[in-house]
Design a protein around this ligand. Structure first.
Ligand code: HEM
Length: 150
């Protein structure tokens, strides 16, 4: 991502701040419209989930300037997602839901350049989370697991 793209994403994310709750609900509404099957893996309290998503997106968006610090955070978030039952392509569905919600909220300000900048940011976030999921998969099993098998 270029410094300009990072600045564009950060600035537009800051614009969402006063509408954070409504925005996150719009994202999940759109996500479930795109893939109703995903409802099953989320908890019932989608408001709480929305707050967690926005908080973590904020961390990621602010961290784009300092990627070496952000990467371990995203990988560990990805590793935690391993147990949630999502598939690799769910990241694309979420990116689409975020894209559509950004367009609905920001209107004309969500122009081609801003859309491309968000696309790059979400691609980076998803790639690092997926890497974290993969690494967690190849970690050796703890001893306790072997005891259970015996
Ligand atoms: C931009 C990428 C994403 C971010 C920033 C993100 C953020 C988060 C955060 C902060 C949590 C709270 C728990 C934790 O910290 O481990 C969480 C949980 C969860 N996420 Fe994500 N997530 C992302 C992508 C996805 C995708 C693509 C899916 C599936 C469509 C997903 C499904 C879930 C589920 C099912 C939970 C567990 C909820 C629960 O049972 O409490 N996430 N996510």
């Amino acid at each position: 991502m270029t410094p300009r793209q990072i600045a564009l994403v950060q600035h537009s994310f800051a614009l969402l701040d006063p509408y954070s709750e409504a925005f996150s609900q719009a994202v999940y509404g759109r996500l479930f419209q795109l893939d109703a099957g995903l409802k099953a893996i989320f908890p019932r309290d989608i408001a709480r989930q929305g707050a967690r998503l926005m908080q973590m997106l904020g961390v990621a968006v602010h961290g784009l300037v300092c990627r070496h610090e952000l990467v371990p955070v995203l990988r560990s978030l990805g590793a935690r997602h391993r147990g949630y039952g999502l598939r690799q392509y769910d990241f694309e569905t979420l990116a689409q839901a975020l894209n559509d919600s950004l367009r609905a909220r920001l209107g004309e300000a969500f122009d081609a350049e801003l859309q491309q900048a968000w696309h790059e940011a979400l691609r980076f976030i998803a790639a690092e989370m997926l890497q974290g999921m993969l690494e967690a998969d190849t970690e050796p099993q703890p001893i306790g697991h072997i005891d259970v098998l015996l």
